[in-house]
Design a protein around this ligand. Structure first.
Ligand SMILES: [Fe+2]
Ligand SMILES: [Fe+2]
Length: 505
């Protein structure tokens, strides 16, 4: 451990990181708007101009990063424990592997702030490279381990031959409350950038892109530009993703698979973040032919098993909430989009409702909707709340004239949702960054569209409520589900091939 970092240097780095990204007024010009009330977690960024309040600090010398194959498109995620590991993914041009190294160390101790970028790194890990789909480039992946809660980490990626990234800083992971942001259908538009800059301002612990990431639509270099756009945020804040139908247009998902690093095999996965369990699903997005139908069945069985176990752990007071993420809406009031695939939704709802999933986060329909607690297309007190945040940046869709009554809010706009989990309560706020024609609001005048809270179904960690005394609900085999699986697979295939594969925006 390097002992040359002062507390002052850390605070300075944190303040500098926040100074460039203070959300002054989310919706300052609109009714119901409000800035975030929870202080952002630190998201420091080294090598920024001197803080006027600390003029005596020396200007830091430039970092030596030069090389023939510099890292680009750097983004963080986790493929293992969210609190003690970080997986870093980046790209280099050409097919020669210059090396996959990460140098890192905790930020602590005594020293001037320039040491953030100039001091030797105490630790190093070596990863591996593989071909990036569709371009002459390599994807590099390496995982840092042994990180400690409450401790910021500085790092750089690359190699002596290829060159190094600038030093980046991870904010400390938190073990109690946390914040994450959610949007889908991102792309490379002005609205996509605006959503990102707002998310950066809110300094979440991680952010979710719920499918339809780059809209490369077969043009693979678009992915390079996408991750270049993401890097300033995603090199500091982990990004967790699921594939959408547009990921299917790049070699049946190969473009996506070769560029992101997520838990498991990267397509569907579960993890706990503090006292919240998440399950990310493909929603059948990558089903392209009959030979791939087995993958969806395996995934649905895994989802059943994962959520059954999460239900048991929540009953026993180990966690508070269960959140499900996928690209496709279960229910929608988007014009011409409902039902997208009722057969698959019927299967998913049987699972989500059996295990009392609290929150469903989706995209796909380029609108914003938030449901009341619902089940089977109707309001239901014990159901889940669905948040459709498909306005991440791509062109907007229309809503039907008369939205179904499960919808609490339905709006056409670009935007994002920020979720705070504090003191065993979920508080979600959704912001619009544009009007219904896609015209961006002035920066700092984004509008708060919606806010809701969720209380845990099990009211005490000790599990003393009637709800928590329920019998275990064991995971079922797919054969036990009340559904024609063949019809479901056929319908999902049909959805992907006829509707979504023709959608280019
Ligand atoms: Fe989309
Ligand atoms: Fe989509």
């Amino acid at each position: 451990m390097d002992s040359r970092f002062t507390r002052r240097a850390i605070v300075r780095a944190i303040l500098l990181g926040m100074a460039s990204s203070t959300l002054t007024a989310c919706g300052g010009g609109g009714s119901g708007s409000a800035p975030p009330s929870t202080p952002p977690s630190p998201a420091p960024s080294p090598n920024q101009p001197d803080d006027p309040e600390t003029p005596e600090e020396p200007e830091c010398p430039p970092e030596e990063t030069a090389g023939a194959q510099p890292p680009r498109g750097l983004h963080a995620s986790w493929t293992d424990d969210p609190h003690t590991t970080r997986t870093l993914t980046w790209f280099t041009d050409g097919t020669t592997d210059p090396g996959t190294r990460v140098q890192y160390g905790p930020i602590t101790g005594d020293a001037d702030s320039c040491s953030l970028t100039t001091a030797a790194f105490p630790f190093e890990v070596t990863g591996a490279a593989h071909e990036t789909y569709g371009v002459e480039a390599l994807t590099h992946v390496a995982t840092l381990t042994g990180l400690k809660a409450g401790q910021a980490v500085r790092y750089r990626v690359g190699s002596d031959n290829g060159g190094w990234s600038p030093t980046r800083v991870f904010a400390p992971t938190r073990t109690d409350g946390f914040r994450f942001c959610h949007f889908g259908d991102h792309g490379l538009q002005d609205a996509s950038q605006r959503v990102l800059s707002n998310v950066e301002t809110l300094a979440p612990d991680f952010f979710i892109v719920a499918g339809d990431l780059s809209y490369a639509n077969g043009d693979q270099p678009v992915w390079d530009r996408y991750f270049d756009m993401l890097e300033p945020l995603a090199a500091r804040v982990p990004v967790m993703t699921c594939p959408g139908n547009h990921e299917n247009k790049d070699g049946g998902g190969q473009g996506y698979r070769s560029r992101v690093s997520q838990p498991g095999k990267g397509m569907y996965y579960g993890f706990d973040y503090n006292r919240v369990h998440f399950f990310f699903s493909t929603g059948g997005s990558l089903l392209t032919d009959l030979s791939s139908t087995t993958e969806l069945l395996v995934e649905l069985a895994a989802m059943e098993k994962d959520l059954a176990e999460a239900w048991r752990r929540r009953r026993d007071g180990e966690i508070d909430f269960i959140v499900f993420v996928q690209h496709y809406t279960l229910w929608t009031n988007c014009e011409g989009r409902d039902p997208a695939n009722f057969a698959l939704v019927a299967v998913e709802e049987q699972i989500l409702l059996r295990y009392d999933v609290d929150l469903v986060l989706v995209g796909h329909d380029h609108v914003f909707e938030r449901s009341h607690p619902m089940a089977y297309g109707k309001q239901s007190d014990n159901g889940y709340v669905q948040v459709t945040q498909g306005g991440g940046g791509q062109s907007l869709y229309d809503l039907i004239e008369d939205p179904a009554d499960w919808a609490a809010v339905s709006r056409v706009c670009h935007g994002f949702t920020v979720v705070d989990v504090e003191e065993r309560r979920i508080r979600a706020r959704s912001y619009a960054v544009s009007d219904e024609d896609g015209n961006l609001y002035p920066e700092g005048e984004e509008i708060l569209l919606d806010e809701f809270t969720l209380a845990p179904r099990v009211t005490a960690p000790t599990g003393i409520t009637p709800f928590s005394t329920r019998e275990q609900r064991p995971a079922r085999s797919l054969a036990e589900l009340d559904v024609d699986l063949n019809a479901m697979l056929k319908h999902t295939l049909q959805r992907n091939l006829t509707h979504d594969m023709n959608e280019m925006h």
